[in-house]
Ligand binder design. Structure first.
Ligand code: ADP
Length: 931
């Protein structure tokens, strides 16, 4: 065990669970051992070796005054850094840890984004929740507290706020799966904190201490879980951050009733703040963000990620955006003025936490000066009657002016960065200070002139007057002249070429100068502290002004984008509808010659099956619908000629496979979990986007699930839905389900070449373009040609088992033949011989495994267009409810029959999707064994 300084370091390190310790050693902070290596690695410091009792340890250090930027850089990389300071004791000095700087409590950040510290709490071991969640941004003083219903909502909130640090409560911290998922979702780190701090009694006390009993009670945190999370956050900030706790001033308790549910998957799928690849560039936020202040950017981001359901609020924003969009000149002037504003929310937090310096108070002054300028930019323009004016009216302008004037009177124009060097305050601000300064300067002047005087009076050459730490003030005389100094000179030092002297008078003056210097510094610092406290006392005013600046900036940003891109004001409707004329995708339109498309979803037409070849634009069309919905509920204009938007309670999306495999989950399982979540959560007031369902499994499973999900969404959930599928078979559902309609993205096919038209038309695509895509992709001609032939034969002779249900009877429906009288004709394509046989031969099915299928409407999908590709279950079999009892099932062995009967008995509407999935899997296994 090392002793000495390294031993002390290691002892202190053992006391803290921080990742890195910085220990003060005189004028330096030192890192030793592993910490030295790590810091040197991260920050390019030089490592030296420190010998201690025969061993040698790596050591790296930074000067005292330079610690902050190093700590900041380390914390921004996700490390928790403990700082141990040195203090004097009777027998020398000792050291102790004075603070731990963590990602969630870092006050000095240069980054404009909000920086949240989150705590999550749950009661039992049930991952389903509910959860208490608290989020604090110590840089702006914001503190949000809520309870969410389940894990999905929890993750949605976490994803939205992207906290820099998460504190899991006692139950959650052992839930490796949940923590793993949270780590996946977030860029921040997870820290374990004292379980005691999450206890209800202590939490309640902490919240009341922080915000005052009245606020704490009136804000109404009525959930104990939420309260416990809040208490933990406060406890953590108190324990780690010196002085940071004071900055948390704004408590908001929120429920989920006000916001549109947008789960983490959907936020990602719709690329709200980053693209699927993880770039900010190309996200919706980045596209519409023209804000000129950091706070405006933060607010706009929040509007986009947390759309609202409150129509009044949305119309208020829309009124403002409309006014700003048409008043271009006033808008430009406003934005120019806003551009000079500093981040008042953050400055307020720094004033309350005591870390603001004179330059920051100057920034407060300058930002407050903008209040009248903003008012000027609005009055007398078209904005005067708009909600923009109302936003400014919320500011107490008199108070703002008073504080501004006080700061203007007090602060020097160009104060130094440090608070202790003097020069912070203006002459005339304080009589006593001015007098001290005058005397100090006079005394200095006497010293400045001393050398000159001495030269003249005593005929000395080479005389200088200076001061240093050890000698204080002295008169230095060159060697040659040193012998001629007057008697009253007392020699204190001999140097190589000169001698140093003092005199009684000089010593007296020195004492005076030092006294004045100290008095001046102390008084000035005192006055400055008072001034900062004065600003802290008005923190609420600063928050108000900051909030107004942010809001106008965000609104002006939306207006700028709307005006520049020909967006239109959506009409917010009460009915359940989304009616868009010439709509565009807000992001894709920026980089493409975009073809606008209409969209109608309403009571009669609530479910659109979108078909079309790969790359034709299905996905874009559906996302565009979701984004128009979302933008309208963010209070923004939308990319369309006209849009009538019924407000939704949730936007749900499920989009084809990502790199979920990397997360150790099977893609199909993820797909089904997402589907399950949608089927459970969506309501008749939601909008649902499904971009391929069932692709991750065998064709027949896939079709069956897609089919059943469609019925469930249509019949039970009744959400407005857009469903893109490559299962052409699903298009027949439009015949069975009254609110289901087909649309397709048109392509032009001439001379075997496919041209994408990007136009969405009613009705299903009339054929699969897979073979043509194969052709375009350069698959050898003989293969393409043979595939074409096989496809044609499949189409002509393909099996059909649709029975009943079809409106208007049989006929050709997109390659899917039905018969009017409900008879089932069974045709089997034998892969080995390449020939077709009539249904009687079905028992000798080549591939053997019968496809599952079936829905309550009795129509069973036939072979998929890629049926010839050899995917599992290539043979056609019966499977619909009605056929289960028919004599045809006799053709099967008992086990297969049992499966078919069970299948027929399933009530799709009553069975949870996940259960359906596991049953399908079970059937498959039984059939497989039977093969
Ligand atoms: P799909 O989902 O059918 O495979 P996508 O929606 O991914 O097709 O679109 C394929 C490509 O077509 C994308 O690169 C997209 O930018 C472009 N695109 C889609 N819709 C349009 C449109 N309306 N106008 C112009 N380009 C479009």
């Amino acid at each position: 065990m090392p002793t000495g300084i390294v031993g002390e370091f290691l002892d202190l390190k053992a006391e803290t669970d921080a990742d890195i310790l910085a220990m003060q050693c005189g004028d330096f902070y030192e890192f030793f051992a592993d910490d030295a290596e790590l810091v040197a690695d991260e920050l390019d410091l030089t490592v030296s070796q420190k010998s201690s009792h025969g061993s040698s340890y790596p050591m790296a250090g930074v000067p005292l005054s330079e610690l902050t930027p190093y700590v900041k850089a380390l914390v921004e990389r996700g490390y928790r850094v403990a700082v141990a300071d040195q203090y004097e004791t009777e027998d020398g000095h000792a050291r102790e840890i004075t603070r731990v700087v963590t990602p969630g409590t870092l006050l000095e950040t240069a980054d404009d984004d909000a920086r949240y510290l989150a705590a999550i709490v749950r009661e039992g071991d049930d991952a389903d929740g509910p959860y208490g969640l608290a989020l604090a941004d110590v840089t702006t003083g914001r503190f949000l507290v809520t309870e969410v219903d389940d894990e999905g909502d929890l993750r949605a909130e976490l994803y939205r706020f992207d906290p820099a640090e998460v504190l899991p409560g006692p139950r959650v911290r052992n839930d490796d799966r949940l923590l793993g998922a949270v780590r996946e979702d977030l860029s921040g780190s997870v820290s374990v904190f004292d379980a005691e701090a999450f206890a209800p009694g202590r939490a309640k006390h902490a919240v009341r201490e922080q915000f005052g009993r009245e606020t704490a009670d009136s804000v109404g945190i009525d959930s104990e879980l939420a309260l416990r999370a809040a208490g933990a956050v406060l406890g953590y900030v108190e324990e780690t951050g010196a002085g940071v706790l004071a900055s948390i001033t704004r408590l908001t308790a929120y429920g989920d009733g006000d916001h549109v549910a947008v789960d983490a998957t959907t936020q990602r799928n719709l690329e709200l703040t980053e693209t699927m690849r993880g770039d900010a560039d190309g996200s919706l936020f980045e596209t519409v963000d023209h804000t000129v202040t950091a706070a405006g950017g933060r607010l706009l981001r929040e509007w986009i990620t947390r759309p609202r359901r409150d129509r009044e609020e949305l119309n208020r924003r829309l009124d403002a955006v409309e006014a700003l969009a048409s008043a271009a000149l006033a808008r430009d002037r406003l934005r120019e003025t806003l551009g000079d504003a500093y981040d008042l929310e953050r400055l307020a937090a720094r004033a309350t936490s005591g870390s603001a310096g004179a330059r920051e108070l100057l920034s407060v002054r300058d930002s407050l000066a903008l209040v009248p300028a903003l008012a000027d930019a609005v009055s007398g323009t078209a904005l005067a009657d708009s909600p923009v004016a109302a936003v400014l009216e919320r500011i107490d302008r008199e108070r703002a002016a008073t504080l501004h004037d006080e700061l203007a009177d007090a602060l020097a124009e160009d104060p130094p960065k440090t608070k202790t060097q003097g020069g912070l305050l203006r002459v005339g601000y304080d009589g006593e200070l001015d007098e001290l300064i005058a005397r100090h300067e006079k005394a200095n002047e006497w010293l400045d002139r001393l050398a000159e005087r001495e030269k003249r009076q005593y005929g000395l050459s080479h005389v200088t007057v200076d001061r240093n730490k050890t000698d204080g003030y002295y008169i230095q005389v060159g060697k040659s002249a040193a012998d001629g100094v007057p008697e009253h000179y007392r020699e204190i030092k001999t140097l190589k070429n000169s001698k140093r002297f003092v005199t009684d008078e000089l010593e007296e003056r020195e004492r005076e100068v030092l006294r004045l210097e100290e008095a001046r510094g102390e008084l000035e610092y005192e006055l400055f502290e008072e001034l900062r406290e004065r600003v802290a006392a008005d923190a609420e005013l600063l928050q108000d002004v900051g909030r107004a600046v942010a809001e106008i900036d965000a609104l002006a940003s939306l207006a700028t984008h709307a005006a520049g891109n020909d967006w239109t004001r959506p009409e917010l409707a009460d009915e359940r509808r989304l009616d868009v004329e010439a709509g565009r995708h807000p992001v894709v339109e920026r980089t493409t010659d975009f073809v606008p498309n209409d969209l109608r979803l309403d009571g009669e037409r609530g479910f659109l099956i979108v078909t079309g070849p790969n790359m034709s634009g299905k996905s874009t069309y559906m996302r565009q619908a979701a984004l128009i919905q979302l933008l309208a509920q963010a209070g923004s204009f939308v990319p369309a000629r006209t849009a009538t938007v019924g407000l939704v309670d949730g936007i749900y999306t499920r989009v084809g496979a990502l790199d979920e495999l990397a997360q150790g989950r099977s893609t199909f399982m993820v797909e089904m979990q997402e589907l399950s979540n949608i089927l459970h959560s969506a309501t008749a007031d939601s909008i649902v986007i499904l971009d391929e369902v069932g692709r991750g499994t065998a064709t027949y499973d896939g079709i069956s699930i897609a089919w059943a999900a469609t019925e469930y969404l249509h019949n039970e959930v009744r959400a407005r839905t857009l469903f893109a599928t490559h299962y052409h078979e699903l298009t027949t559902l439009a015949d069975h389900l009254p609110r289901v309609e087909n649309v397709h993205v048109a392509v032009d096919k001439r001379d075997g070449e496919v041209t994408f038209l990007r136009t969405v038309r009613d009705g299903p695509t009339n054929r699969s373009y897979g073979v043509h895509v194969a052709d375009l992709a350069g698959v050898p001609a003989p293969v393409v040609s043979r595939a074409g032939t096989v496809l044609d034969r499949l189409r002509e002779e393909k099996a059909i088992e649709a029975k009943g249900g079809a409106r208007g009877g049989g006929g050709e429906r997109g390659g899917f033949t039905g018969t009017a009288d409900g008879d089932t004709k069974q045709v089997v394509f034998d892969l080995s011989s390449g020939s077709f046989s009539e249904s009687d031969d079905a028992e000798s099915t080549a591939a053997g495994a019968p496809g599952s299928g079936g829905g309550r409407n009795g129509a069973t999908p036939g072979s998929a267009s890629d049926g010839a590709s050899g995917s599992a279950g290539t043979a056609e079999t019966a499977g619909a409810a009605e056929t289960a009892e028919s004599a045809e099932t006799d053709r099967f062995d008992p086990e297969t029959r049992a499966v078919i009967e069970e299948l027929a008995d399933v009530d799709v509407a009553e069975t949870a999707p996940v259960e359906l999935l596991s049953r399908v899997q079970e059937w498959q296994e039984r059939l497989d064994e039977n093969r």
